[in-house]
Design a protein around this ligand. Structure first.
Ligand code: SAM
Length: 212
């Protein structure tokens, strides 16, 4: 993602009641950050937040955490939350490499990865959010029956993921090469900002669901 530095973004994220400032303190007790103990679903690389804000509004019985590395991006989601606050959604500004520092083993029930950065150069493959490096972190924090849902319009990243995920010991539970024309997998689909942009250009959207 091309990053435009937004003036005041760092301060806005640091001061926002919707952003958890010391997430490691909540490790093993994330339910205390919400109004009750419910399943915990997270989105990694949430961008400007359209997907997770819509999902959280639709599902009040699930607690959600959106994770984004850059304040300049996250601040857009913070502004949307200010317009319409949701008590089952929190944001964290951090690198997903640190996931096991902030979630106890098995504490999360579902992980969403949407239009993750493709990192096309082979020497950067470990930075892809579906690389074995990240899959090992997801294994640590996901409940045994938990699933990863991944969608992208990038064929190379999807092909890489279809190979990497089983090699890391995960099962592919479902897969489509054209989400928007797959009635069963598209049922209840919530579009992300990138999904709207790339599907409007005619790009097919690929999706897979994986579990241990
Ligand atoms: N998910 C959004 C969508 O579909 O519209 C945004 C997609 S954008 C291409 C990928 C986002 O993932 C960027 O905002 C980027 O900063 C974030 N990201 C990439 N690697 C990350 C990491 N290791 N930890 C947290 N966020 C990350």
């Amino acid at each position: 993602m091309r990053l435009r530095k937004i003036k005041g973004a760092d301060e806005a994220v640091a001061a926002s009641p919707y952003c958890v400032q010391s997430p490691e303190v909540l490790k093993g007790k994330w339910y205390t950050a919400f109004s009750g103990e419910k399943p915990l679903h997270i989105e990694i690389g949430m961008g400007k937040g359209q997907f997770i804000l819509t999902l959280a509004k639709k599902n009040p019985n699930i607690n959600y955490i959106g994770i984004e590395r850059y304040e300049s991006v996250l601040v857009r989601a913070v502004r949307k939350m200010e317009q319409e606050p949701l008590n089952n959604l929190k944001f964290i500004c951090m690198d997903a490499m640190l996931l096991p520092d902030i979630f106890a083993p098995g504490e999360t029930d579902r992980i969403y990865l949407n239009f993750s950065d493709p990192w096309p150069k082979e020497r950067h493959a470990k930075r892809r959010l579906t690389s074995s490096v990240f899959l090992e972190r997801y294994r640590q924090i996901l409940a045994p029956a938990g699933q990863i849902e991944f969608k992208t319009d990038n064929r190379s990243l999807f092909d890489f993921s279809l190979q990497e995920i089983p090699e890391a010991g995960w099962k592919i539970d479902a897969c489509t090469m054209d989400l928007h024309h797959d009635a069963s997998m598209n049922s209840g689909n919530i579009m992300t900002e990138y999904e709207e942009k790339f599907s409007s250009k005619g790009n097919p959207i690929y999706k897979l669901i994986a579990s241990r």
